[in-house]
Design a binder for this molecule. Structure first.
Ligand code: PGA
Length: 251
């Protein structure tokens, strides 16, 4: 009932020409895949070229962040409406790198989420504990406060346009994936939390992606877990063949 979503997060990689060449290479590799949504997120400067290159294919485009105001004297910021204008359907919000290096908090992630939803973008809201938090036994408390904070004041109708990405910080870019069971445990917790905050029906429909060193070799095991609905992929999304292999996890 939930259509799996595989999203690539390119972070600060790829020029416009590299990004559009990737789309040209990816299109035929994923054209036949059934029942999987495919999203890629280039840097801001490549968004409109990538969206143009992906037009008419199943590939959707996400930005990696946004601001919460639509316009004004906010030097350096990019508004959700401008992302739509550039051809985005999705936006990643609250990525742990934004939290770690750029002062993102649950409150700013929530403001961005509300603004993006108001514009009609689908939000990929990222949460995840650090190694210190996991080792201190705080994983569920951290996840609960990030989710509660990130979804603050959203109504059930808005939640339909939200995808949650669970990305344990200790697994991002480290080559250390959470085990299938570790990931499933947190995903199940998140789904129960959504049921508590909204309803069981809302919890049943929300997509919860796993992120953190997802590769062609480990995606199948992760995707076989009942509460893992897709993946947010960093490093392994930078090459069209490895990203396509992840999209084709079922074949
Ligand atoms: P990784 O990154 O796949 O390179 O670990 C995931 C992410 O940061 O979204």
């Amino acid at each position: 009932m939930r259509t799996p979503l595989i999203a690539g997060n390119w972070k600060l990689f790829k020029t416009i020409s590299e990004a559009t060449a990737f789309v040209t290479a990816l299109k035929p590799l994923v054209a036949e895949v059934q029942g999987v949504e495919v999203v890629i997120s280039p840097v801001f400067t490549a968004l409109s070229s990538v969206a143009a290159a992906a037009a008419g294919s199943r590939i959707r485009v996400a930005a990696q962040d946004c601001y919460w105001e639509e316009e004004g004297a906010f030097t350096g910021e990019v508004a959700p409406g401008l992302l739509k204008d550039a051809g985005c359907s999705h936006v990643i919000i609250g990525h742990s790198e934004r939290r770690q290096y750029f002062g993102e908090t649950d409150e700013t992630a929530n403001r961005k989420t509300r603004a993006a939803l108001a514009t009609g973008l689908t939000v990929l809201l990222c949460v995840g504990e650090t190694l210190v938090q996991r080792e201190a036994g705080d994983t569920f408390t951290v996840i609960e406060s990030q989710i509660t904070g990130g979804l603050q004041s959203l109504v059930a109708e808005e939640l339909k346009q939200v995808v949650i990405a669970y990305e344990p910080v200790w697994a991002i870019g480290t080559g250390k994936t959470a085990s299938d069971e570790q990931a499933q445990q947190v995903h199940a917790f998140i789904r129960q939390l959504v049921a508590k905050l909204y309803s069981q029906a809302d919890a049943d429909q929300i997509l919860i992606l796993y992120g953190g060193s997802v590769k062609p070799e480990n995606v199948k095991g992760l995707m076989s877990q009942p509460d893992i609905d897709g993946a947010l992929v960093g490093g392994a999304s930078l090459k069209a063949d490895s990203f396509a292999a992840i999209v084709r996890f079922n074949s």
